[in-house]
Ligand binder design. Structure first.
Ligand SMILES: NC(=O)C1=CN([C@@H]2O[C@H](COP(=O)(O)OP(=O)(O)OC[C@H]3O[C@@H](n4cnc5c(N)ncnc54)[C@H](OP(=O)(O)O)[C@@H]3O)[C@@H](O)[C@H]2O)[C@@H](O)CC1
Ligand SMILES: Nc1ncnc2c1ncn2[C@@H]1O[C@H](COP(=O)(O)OP(=O)(O)O)[C@@H](O)[C@H]1O
Ligand SMILES: [K+]
Length: 504
């Protein structure tokens, strides 16, 4: 069993529900004791570690095998001398085989099992006690029933912390969305800790998953031996790519790459002042360690010269694109369309963001140009950094559809445009042709403010300029960007410009 944090260094495979089921089938026959026995024991160990002084442990057990895990855990905790009560939803006779065996074990051991909520017990529980959510795991495909919703609400309102087994009930393990697309989070368990079983699931790290899982632990239930070779191919991996920011002594500014930021439409052009976005990207490229950063604002001379003394400034026609890492589109407005063809054709390495992506989405010729960059003899690296709406425009779908399956959306876009994609948002997904897809686990809701995406684009450009491949640059930049937010002092405002200066 191990805790999954953004600083985890070994690779962690992520499987969708279908993959977990396949793994379950493959391991079931081999595993002695049964997988549920292992799951129950592991859950009980973690429960005891989380609440060693609990005077009450309430287990809410559902009608499937997730309920079986809870019953098995209750049995151990009871045998170890803890005061446990189980509320079992549904009829014990209808439990699946393993869960039914767990119920019989618990009965034999003398665990109190009821079919309703222990109201008085719940009211007496304190923050030293523990609730165990074993209502639904990966078998849930619809919003919880009315009675279950009531149990969930009681659990969320209880003073004791919550340990969710496998998945917090009400959360879709694949997407991180709330089952049934409910706009409120009332009908999903808000766990303090989630012990996920067999494999990490994507939904725990995306969308609402980050808010309702609490600390995530993983037990693969596989011990050393032949069982390990039966794990199906991963759908993705958690992103563990930390940047190496060390620079050799024997280096000069030319050793660390040149980045040109092209964007920042001024107010004078179409009445929308967006030079700030380009300056943010440029600052991030500088603080990300690029040797030289050139700001090429579209349509007018710089308005921020004094604010950015470290930056060089050039008009677009003076840039030698073939020698540069270009970050294009940040605050690009409509003006980006005037230079996008040249950028797609000639830039040595490219990060395309924001209005650059919107322009590509509207123009099939530019899509073809973007694709063809991977076919040039020098295979020009390209990273695109869409948020869900920009991704939807490129895919011809909706942001909601993208959020329903972020892994699939990022992979489809990467295949369609033959480039690296960072699909931004809670749990950014990094997909590249022929590379394992990554889910970034650093970062938090404080990044949900204007301008942080420009910072990510500039940082990615600096990583490319320093010699990383498109996939590595995207992985390390996404991790570093989120990590800076994770270490931000809680009493200090996080703004994009300050983020750009504190990338460490
Ligand atoms: N098998 C194994 O080897 C191992 C399994 N493991 C554990 O099993 C879990 C998967 O078990 P599972 O497949 O039984 O699914 P689970 O999540 O318990 O739910 C299904 C039940 O809930 C019901 N139900 C569904 N939705 C509902 C709703 N909205 N509201 C109300 N009811 C709803 C559904 O009813 P039905 O759809 O049939 O009407 C069915 O009765 C997995 O997450 C892990 O914890 C581990 O121990 C490792 C070994
Ligand atoms: N809830 C969140 N959790 C983690 N990261 C987030 C969250 N919301 C936004 N982000 C990150 O913040 C950045 C926002 O980018 P974007 O939407 O393009 O904003 P902008 O265009 O204003 O810069 C992205 O890197 C995204 O991954
Ligand atoms: K659960």
């Amino acid at each position: 069993m191990r805790r999954l944090t953004p600083t985890v260094s070994e690779p962690v495979a992520v499987l969708r529900k279908a993959g977990v089921r396949a793994q379950e089938r493959a391991l079931q026959a081999l595993s002695t004791p049964s997988l549920m026995t292992l799951a129950g024991l592991s859950s009980a160990h973690l429960a005891l570690a989380l609440a060693p002084h609990a005077r009450r442990i309430w287990v809410a057990a559902g009608p499937g095998n997730n309920g079986g895990d809870g019953l098995q855990a209750a049995c151990h905790l009871h045998q170890w001398g803890m005061r446990v009560q189980v509320s079992l939803m549904g009829s014990p006779e209808q439990l699946p085989t393993d869960a039914r065996a767990a119920w019989q074990n618990a009965l034999r051991a003398g665990v109190p099992i009821h079919s309703s909520l222990p109201h008085a017990w719940l009211q007496e529980m304190t923050d030293q006690d523990l609730c165990i959510d074993a209502l639904l795991g990966i078998g849930s495909d619809r919003p919880p029933s009315d009675v279950m919703q009531d149990w969930i609400e009681q659990m969320n309102q209880c003073a004791a912390p919550i340990l969710a087994l496998d998945v917090p009930t009400g959360l879709d393990a694949d997407s991180g969305q709330i089952l049934g697309g409910s706009p409120t989070r009332r009908h999903v368990v808000h766990a303090d800790t989630t012990l996920t079983l067999l494999a990490a699931k994507p939904g725990l790290f995306m969308g609402h998953g980050r808010d309702v899982c609490g600390n995530i632990w993983l037990d693969t239930l596989t011990r050393a031996g032949p069982a390990n070779s039966l794990v199906p191919p991963a759908d993705a991996w958690l992103n563990t790519a930390k940047p190496n920011t060390k620079k050799t002594h024997a280096s000069h500014k030319g050793s660390h790459g040149d980045v040109a930021i092209v964007g920042g439409e001024p107010m004078a052009l179409h009445g929308m002042g967006m030079t700030g976005a380009a300056v943010l990207a440029a600052q991030a490229a500088l603080h990300g360690g690029a040797g030289r950063v050139i700001l090429s604002l579209l349509g007018a001379p710089a308005e921020n010269t004094l604010a950015a003394p470290d930056l060089m400034q050039r008009p677009f026609h003076r840039l030698d694109l073939t020698q540069l890492t270009v970050v294009a589109g940040c605050g690009g407005g409509q003006a980006i369309a005037t230079v996008l063809g040249d950028i797609l054709l000639h830039s040595a390495r490219l990060v395309l963001d924001a209005d650059g992506l919107n322009a590509v989405a509207a123009n099939p010729d530019w899509q073809a140009l973007l694709r063809s960059r991977s076919e040039t003899p020098d295979q020009r690296a390209t990273v695109i950094t869409p948020h869900p709406l920009e991704a939807a425009r490129l895919l011809g779908s909706t942001a909601q559809e993208v959020q329903q399956d972020r892994l699939q959306a990022a992979q489809a876009l990467s295949a369609q445009l033959q480039c690296t994609v960072i699909l931004k948002g809670s749990g950014s997904v990094i997909a590249s042709p022929g590379e394992p897809t990554r889910i970034n686990t650093s970062g938090n809701g404080r990044l949900a403010i204007g301008g942080t995406g420009d910072v990510l684009a500039g940082l990615t450009g600096s990583r490319l300029a320093q010699g990383q491949s498109a996939h590595e640059a995207a992985c390390t930049a996404a991790w570093q960007h989120g990590n800076a937010a994770d270490h931000w002092p809680s009493n200090d405002a996080l703004t994009a410009s300050r983020l750009a200066e504190r990338l460490h």
